[in-house]
Design a protein. Structure first.
Length: 122
C-alpha cells in the first residue's frame, strides 16, 4: 500500500513537471511562439496572429488536450506504475522518453491533419 502511494506521488510530481513544460514542447514542435507557463504560455503563440499558420495544439485547445496531452500523461503513469524491479529513477527517465515520443507522434498527426507548415526541423 505504501509503495503504491509513493508511486502515485511520483506520477503526480512527474505530471506537474511535464505540464509545466507543455508550452515549451509546443513551441519546440511547432515553432509557434509558446513559452514557459509562468512567462506568458500561449500569449505570444501564432494562434493569435491575424494571418499565417496557426499552431495546431493551441487552435484545438480541448481537442489537443484529449488527443495529445492525455495520452502523453497516461504513458508516463503506465511506465512509472508498471510492475517490475526497475528503480524509480529509471522509471522516471523512461517516462520522460515515452512522454516525448508520444508527444512527437501526436504533434506530427496534428501538423499533418492541419497542414501546418512547421514541425521540428521542417
Amino acid at each position: 500500500m505504501r509503495q503504491a502511494v509513493s508511486r502515485w506521488l511520483v506520477v503526480a510530481t512527474v505530471w506537474a513537471v511535464s505540464m509545466s513544460l507543455a508550452y515549451n514542447l509546443c513551441d519546440l514542435l511547432f515553432r509557434c511562439g509558446c513559452t514557459w507557463a509562468w512567462s506568458g504560455a500561449a500569449e505570444h503563440c501564432n494562434v493569435h496572429s491575424a494571418a499565417g499558420p496557426r499552431c495546431p495544439w493551441c487552435t484545438h485547445r480541448a481537442g489537443a488536450f484529449l488527443a495529445a496531452v492525455v495520452p502523453m500523461l497516461g504513458v508516463e503513469a503506465a511506465v512509472i506504475l508498471a510492475p517490475g524491479r526497475y528503480g524509480m529513477w529509471a522509471r522516471i527517465a523512461a517516462a520522460a522518453v515515452a512522454f516525448t515520443v508520444v508527444g512527437v507522434l501526436a504533434a506530427l498527426g496534428f501538423a499533418l491533419v492541419n497542414c501546418y507548415p512547421h514541425f521540428l526541423l521542417w
